[in-house]
Design a protein around this ligand. Sequence first.
Ligand code: SF4
Length: 380
Amino acid sequence: MLHLRLSVRVSALRARGLATHAPQPRVVTSAVRHDWTKPEIQKIYDSPLLDLVFRAAAVHREHHDPSKIQLCTLMNIKTGGCTEDCSYCSQSSRYQTATQASRLVDIEPVLEAARKAKENGSTRFCMGAAWRDLAGRKRGFEKILRMVQEVRGMGMEVCTTLGMLSPEQAKQLKEAGLTAYNHNLDTSREFYPEVITTRSYDERLSTISAVREAGISVCSGGILGLGETDKDRVGLIWEVSNMPEHPESFPVNALVPIEGTPLENNEPVPYHTLLRTVATARVVMPQTIIRLAAGRQTLDESKQAMCFMAGANAIFTGEQMLTTPCSPWDEDKAMMTRWGLEGMNSFEQVNVARKEQSRASTEALAGDLSTGTRVQSSCE
Ligand code: SF4
């Protein structure tokens, strides 16, 4: 009798095993919510760590292909000399650091770097400039619009981080083909004034709104290890998760203390805190890409793999972050192969692809309404 029951079970398993050879539609039971309360998020954050990782892994598998990791490459297109006082940043002109200020780079070296990133498997190319905003930088902005247009023309997702934006500037970036804009909130609203005093939390939120309004994907996350508490980490996740649309990307940075900055002596954030933050963000924002950003190279391979299990699904790879080291492509590719992971295609993330499609159909419509020639965007 026992033998019969076992063989029935084995046959059922075999049948199920055969059925899984065909791609299976994902069954989604965890809803995307925008009304999380802080106590709810705190409860998730405080749950036993392995339970939290297990829950986050389940949510991750409902909304994403767990074998896919987005590979992004970052380039600093204008280094140092920034007037802001972000207390973690070596590019602020207020601190004596080893970072040398430079002018906005030319277009060709940027395109060369983007081509190299693409050849190495990166599907998103991000360009960062160290300044408060684009005020008085008309020619520089035109140059950046050209960079965006050219990199997008290579079939890559393009991201920029250029400080505060007006709605009009966001619109121009969208027209040039920008996929995503990075503007981190860094930490909770309550702790923020301890870190930055030259621009307010609300100013950051209004740039994020301008980006949203323009139809660009939002990349906004935080930095751990600034001296914040668990409550602040929960406060940051609460802030972004209660936006009308969750950011398509949530970078989790671990502070890399830099000599000469006010935070040079900060203790590194404990690994379990980083993992807890990644897993909580995954549970609360199921469709968002959770990005392991600065500080990743301090994590050994098994620690990174645990973060991937807990829902992290993007990394920066290549030669350099903005001012801190980055893991090179070959090391990352070897690591991913060992763990059964592969790179994501451009525009594989559904909510990012949707924004790209709406841009394409707006352009097509504009083309139809014109004399039959496809309308050029303002910077073409
Ligand atoms: S983080 Fe950005 S805005 Fe702040 S000081 Fe550095 S470059 Fe300037």
